[in-house]
Structures are given as C-alpha cells and as structure tokens.
Design a protein around this ligand. Structure first.
Ligand SMILES: O=C(O)C1=C[C@@H](OP(=O)(O)O)[C@@H](O)[C@H](O)C1
Ligand SMILES: C=C(OP(=O)(O)O)C(=O)O
Length: 757
C-alpha cells in the first residue's frame, strides 16, 4: 500500500463526526502540523452544539455541518469518531440519504470494540458496505472533549484496521494512508482478534484502575490514603481518570472478551493471595521476576531496542575510525558459554545458585527467558548478579508456547538435549540466522538415546521435541568437534539409566563438565572421552563467571596491530580449551603476557597484557582451530596486518556459525580493498604487514547480522585509511553489549547510528 501524495488529499473533503479527543486530533493532524491544510477542506459535526461552535473557534474544522447526513453528503472521506454507543444513532440518521448512504465515500471509525460497531452497521444498513473500513487508533488519553485534541496524538502510535472479507482494498489503502499521514503505524487484524487483544491490554487494566481507586476512595481513611499515595499509585491509577461513560460503554460492548480476561486475571490474583497467605515466597518471586522480565522486554520493544526481537525494521550501524594509540586496563563482559550453563545447571540443581559476572547479552538472556518460561524463578540479572532458584532434575514445567532462543546456537543445542529428557513436549525457535543453522548434529545422537527431536526444515529450526520418552545411555563418537553437541548428549545423559560417554575428535571447550563437577556431579574425563552416570543430583553452588576470552580477543588483536598499544585485559577466562587465540597470536609473534593466574569456581582466569607487535603470517595448526573457533573473524584481521601469508585449513565449521564466517569476512575484506583466497575449509591471506599502512581502505561492509564479524571489522578500522562503516550491528548485543563503549575506554573510536532501514 502506498500513501497518497499531498496533491491527492487536497482534492478531498474530510468529514469528522464527533469532535472529542480522537475526532479533534484527527482534524488537527489532517490540517497539518504547520497549519497548511493537507485536505481541500475539513468539516465536522458534533451532537453538542456548543462543541461545534468551539471546534470552529479552535480551528479544528473550517465549519460544522448542521447534521450528520449533510456532512456525509459533502465529505469524501468520513471519520466516525463517536463513542461506540452512539454509533447506531449516527448510522440510523444517515438512512435518510437512501439505502446506501455511503456510496462513493470512504468511511472509517475509531471505536474501541469492533464487533459491536460492525453489528451497528449491519443493523442500520442491513450489511457492511465495502467502502467502510473499521479501525481503532491505540492513542487514547485520560483527557476528553473538544479541547483535548492534539495534532500529534497519533504520531508513533498504532492504529489497528479490521477489514472484513468484503471490504474494498482501495478503501483500506486510503484509510491506512490517512493514518500514516497522521504519523501512526498501521496494522491489520480480524475484528475478533482485535476485541480479544484489547480486552487484555486495554480494557482489563482500565477496569482494575477504576476498581482500585473506587475501593480506596470509599474507605473511611480515604483522604489519608490519597494524601500519602506515592508515585506507584499515581502511575497505576492514571487511567482511572478516563471518561466514565465511554468506558461503561466499552465494557458492556466487549462483554465476552473482557469476562474471559477478567476470569484469567482473577485466578492469578487468587493464586497470589494464597501465596501471600501461606508465605510461599517461591511463587511470589516467580510471578514478580517473570513479570519484571516481561515488562522490561516490553519497554525495550517500545524503545525499538533489540532484545529478543527481529531486527528487521531498524539498522544499527557502526562507524569505526583509525587509531594509533591504545592503552588502558579493561574487563570485558562475562563468558557466554559459562553464563548459559550457569542458568541451565542452576535450574536443574536443588537450592539457590548465585552467579556473578553473568553476561547480560541477548544470547544468555534468551536462555534465562527460556527457563523462566519453564517455571524457574530467576532473579536478575542485576549488574552481573543472578539468582537461580533450582527446581531439581525433574522440576521443569512445560512452557506456555515455543521457546524463542533468538540468535543463540548454544541455547538451542544444549536445550535440545535437556528437553528431550523431560516429561513434556517443547518447541524451540530462533531468529533468521539461527533458523538456518544445522541441528542434525544434535538430532542424530539424541535419536540414538531414544529421544525424538524433529525438524520439518531439513534439520534446521524450529525443533519439535517430544517428552515422556525414556532416555538410553550411549557412547557417542562426535563426528564434529562441537562442544554444543557434547553438552547436549551429556545433559540428556543426566536422565539416562547408566553411563553416557562422549569421545571428542579434538580438544573442545569443557565448561559443561567442569560446571557439572561444581554442582557435585561426578564427570570423568580420560583423554578424549568424558563419562557421566545418569540420575545424579545437582546441588546449588556459587558461580563466578570470568570475562569472555572470545570478547577479549578483539582487543588482543586491536592492541597487537595498533602502532602504539599497551592494553591489559582483566580476569579473562583462560581455560586451556579456549586459549587457541593466545597460542595463535603468539605463533604470529604477538606480545602477550599472562599474569595473576588463579582458579575461580573450577575455571582458570588471568590478566592478559598485550602490546603492539610486528605480526607474521603462519600456517594455523589445525589442532588449534576448535580452541579458537569463535575468534577467526578477528584473527583474519590480524593476518591482514601481518607480514607474509597466513593459511587456515580444517575450519569448515566457520561456514555454519551465525553467518558463513569465511565468505562474509572475505567479502568484507574485499570491500576494504583487501583480496583473500577463500577455500572450502578456510582462507589464505597474504598479509600487508608494515609494508603498507594503511592496510585497509576506508569503506563499507555488511556484517550479515553476525556479532563477531561486526566487531572484527571495527578492529580492522584501526589500520584503515579512513572510517569503516559496518552494517547490521545490532547482534553485537548478543555476546558483547556495549562493545563500542568498552572499546572507547582503550582509545578505539566506534560511533553508533540507529537508523530506519
Ligand atoms: O558450547 C559452547 O558454549 C559453544 C561452542 C562452540 O560451538 P560449537 O559447539 O558449534 O563448536 C562455539 O562456537 C559457541 O560460540 C559456544
Ligand atoms: C557461534 C557462536 O555462538 P552460538 O553458536 O551460541 O550462536 C558465537 O558466539 O560465535
């Protein structure tokens, strides 16, 4: 649907019936913010003669028609902005114009209950004319009357249109264009869906606000109550100041849907009452933490920020600049792999698990949300602290709907193993990138364990996991060096009768095994095989999440390639299954010093000091590939800045990460004037080293929504001849929220722009 040009509108007369808050605002918005009318003329009618006179005086309309039929005759587009209750009378008045009073006109309304407005049309006109498009702007206010109108009332508000099967598509397009002109976002749904949604999101809250204020107002000490009522009362009850007659009508008109949501709410309220009475703190915390998470999510959605939502309508762009001097000591956010596992194992444990240093990135938040959906009480995260109220191995409950795991492969694969062993069915979904990632690697071994994980999409998400199936212990030889697959099998193995063992073809991260031990579980590791007996109890513990070496890697490369750098990365996790980046950079001649080594909660940590160095190209030993699997995008940047050739082989896994990290990096490098040679399982990069500075041209690259690609090119900018613009960076928040802010602390310059696509 395309909007009309201003030229088109100027040929038309807009007629607004009902000049209260909504009708008046339609007039003012249509008149244009700068006073120049966008319409040929705007006329109005209101049942109240005084309102008619005031509307003209206030400049809402040029003039008022003496009756509804006369307005209908004159106008081309008619907006019936009268209360739902008055609709029948307005329509009956139009009958004097003949059987089809709206022929050749386009008509819409603004009523809050669509089924009853439709019934009014059917009763008055014997059916719904094709040129009538029912609609509802979600832009009320507790103010009403002819003085309440505002030209910008609808800006950035939603308008729901509810066209019927016979509604004329051109009429829908015109009414949609009118609302767009007034600044609104237009969407469509059925009449029934609209009435159900509004019953819960608007009508029920109004009912509760009216009821609460009334309950308090009739108490003896009401004056005191109101005098001392704090901000919470004021915020919560603002809508009790709304027009009583209008709301009285709405409740009676939307009776069925309102009663349904009231019934649901009453049950939940009763449950809270019982929880308070019996001192059931678990139940109270469960409701409150879930509600807080949902409200926070709602807040970020309203602010158009990317928490668990598809980033289709907005683009986050980084513009990174060259830098020569980098210095300072920083601590990057918590390890993503360990953060995920702290929630999963904490939920399965008995008792309260406390976590600090938790990564508040969207991937780990998606895991938290999934467990909340399965009935686990999780407090936080609050400045990296999380409290997980474990429910025990058999305490998870079926989620009310599919579990949405955003961009996170780790969440989906580990949860597949865990959920395959539950007494309920589950569905796992994810964003566009996750929906393309291979899941057969977990479907197959879990199938061998008698689990049923199904994909209708050639082994890709969504995954349907059947519960209530006994899980068999197996020995599994991992065909790919994947810690996610190993962990999925081990988590399912927790529920099996007997010993599950996994053989890894090369060393891969072992956080699951280490953390299980921290929870009191016996997990044996003998060379490449780890074993675990099913049925073991997990006991809650404290987890200190180290800084993520995969995030620190960006600054290790940044400091290595910058002309003058001395950067210290604090409290970094240096588990030997993760230190491939350190080993590879050292082989390339980087100056990395590891100090303050310690062990926290079974995981080694250290500070890493990095200074500028003359890197040289190497053949990356294949054995190091799994130990640095997430660090290759930024290692490619290091290779470009090295002297000589770097060759990566045995890294085909990179092609099935959040993007095809080999191809997407090579494409981006080319945009910056740097040609590389892509191979099926790696890349060859002829470094430019010190012989060419800048190494990269200024330019513009597409990260394909892959966080690690976006951050790698931000690092490349250090050695570019001018700014590097990186598109689709919103997913940086999956693993490294505030990457630009932390980068700025050592002297990197990354500007963020948030633009409409
Ligand atoms: O187990 C984990 O936490 C992870 C394992 C790796 O994936 P694979 O198991 O697919 O190699 C890694 O790429 C991912 O970022 C996190
Ligand atoms: C591959 C990654 O994560 P995941 O598999 O959890 O999406 C990553 O963080 O680079």
């Amino acid at each position: 649907m395309t909007g009309r040009s201003s030229q088109d509108w100027r040929k038309l007369t807009l007629g607004v019936v009902g000049l209260g808050l909504i009708g008046g605002s339609v007039c003012l918005g249509a008149a244009g913010f700068r006073g120049a009318s966008r319409f040929g003329s705007i006329i109005g009618f209101d049942a109240d003669p005084q309102a008619r006179a005031q509307a003209v005086e206030l400049g809402l309309v040029e003039r008022c028609a003496p009756s509804v039929p006369e307005l209908v005759q004159e106008a081309d587009i008619i907006m019936l902005a009268v209360p739902v209750k008055a609709m029948g009378q307005v329509l009956r008045a139009c009958i004097e114009l003949g059987e089809q009073p709206f022929a050749g006109k386009i008509v819409s309304d603004v009523g809050s209950v669509k089924a009853s407005v439709r019934a009014c049309f059917e009763a008055a006109l014997g059916g719904m004319p094709a040129s009538v498009v029912l609609g509802h702007p979600i832009a009320g206010s507790e103010k009403s009357g002819v003085f309440a109108g505002r030209a910008d009332l609808f800006v950035n508000h939603k308008v729901i249109l509810t066209p019927l099967e016979n509604t004329d598509v051109d009429a829908v397009a015109q009414i949609s264009a009118l609302w767009t002109l007034l600044g609104a976002d237009v969407l469509e749904m059925t009449v029934e869906h609209h009435d159900r949604v509004l019953a819960s999101t608007s009508h029920l809250p109004h009912l509760i606000a009216f009821s609460l204020v009334d309950t308090l107002a009739v108490q003896d000490d009401s004056l005191d109550i109101f005098r001392y009522a704090a901000g919470g009362f004021r915020d919560f009850t603002r809508i009790a100041g709304s027009d009583p007659v209008m709301w009285h009508d709405i409740f009676l008109e939307n009776k069925t849907a309102v009663l349904e949501s009231l019934e649901l709410f009453s049950k939940d309220l009763q449950r809270l009452r019982t929880a308070i009475e019996s001192g059931d703190s678990e139940q109270l915390l469960g409701v409150f933490t879930r509600a807080k998470a949902a409200r926070d999510h709602f807040g970020t959605m309203l602010a158009n920020k990317p928490y668990r939502q598809k980033m289709t309508s907005r683009e986050l762009k980084f513009v990174a600049g060259p830098a020569t001097q980098l210095s300072g000591a920083i601590r990057v956010p918590g390890d993503k792999s360990i953060s995920h596992r702290s929630i999963m194992l904490g939920a399965l444990a008995e008792g309260l698990t406390t976590v600090e240093g938790f990564l508040e990135g969207e991937d780990a938040l998606a895991t938290i949300q999934a467990f909340r959906d399965m009935g686990v009480v999780i407090e936080g995260p609050e400045a990296g602290s999380v409290k997980v109220h474990g429910v025990g191995l058999h305490g998870l409950k079926a989620a009310p709907g599919p579990l949405y795991l955003g961009n996170s492969g780790t969440s989906m694969r580990l949860l597949s193993g865990l959920l395959a062993a539950q007494q309920f069915d589950s569905v796992l979904t994810g964003d566009e990138s996750l929906s393309k990632r291979p899941m057969k690697r977990v479907i197959d071994p879990l199938g061998e364990m008698n689990a049923l994980v199904e994909s209708e999409n050639d082994g890709r998400p969504p995954l349907k996991i059947s519960g209530k199936r006994p899980i068999n212990a197996i020995h599994y030889d991992l065909p790919v060096a994947s810690a996610q697959v190993k962990s999925a099998v081990l988590l399912a193995g927790l529920y099996a009768d007997g010993e599950t063992s996994v053989h890894e073809p090369a060393p891969i991260r072992d956080h699951t095994e280490r953390m299980l031990r921290g929870f009191g579980c016996e997990v044996l590791t003998e060379g490449p095989v780890c074993r675990l007996r099913g049925g073991q109890k997990l006991t809650a513990c404290h987890i200190d999440v180290p800084a993520d070496i995969s995030s620190a890697a960006f600054f290790m490369v940044a400091a290595s390639i910058a002309a003058d750098a001395d950067v210290t990365l604090k409290h970094v996790g240096v588990n030997p299954t993760r230190t491939g980046i350190i080993e590879i950079l050292r082989l390339m001649g980087a100056d990395l010093q590891v100090s303050n080594e310690a062990t926290v909660g079974g995981e080694p940590v250290a500070d890493i000091r990095v200074r500028s160095s003359r890197l040289k190209g190497i053949n990356i030993p294949p054995a190091l590939v799994p130990l640095a699997i997430d660090e290759f995008p930024v290692l490619f940047i290091a290779a470009c800045c090295a002297e000589g050739k770097t060759v990566l082989t045995g890294a085909e896994e990179l092609r099935v990460k959040e993007s095809d990290r080999i191809q997407v990096m090579a494409d981006g490098l080319l945009e910056l004037g740097f040609a590389s040679k892509v191979t099926s399982d790696g890349i060859e990069i002829e470094g430019r080293g010190a012989t060419s500075d800048p190494v990269f041209q200024s330019g513009s690259v597409d990260s394909h929504g892959d966080h690690r690609i976006a951050m790698a090119f931000s690092v490349a900018a250090i050695r570019a001849g001018g700014p590097v613009t990186i598109h689709r960076c919103a997913n940086v928040a999956t693993s490294f929220p505030d990457f630009p802010g932390i980068a700025a602390n050592i002297g990197m310059q990354i500007d963020i722009t948030d633009a409409e696509l």
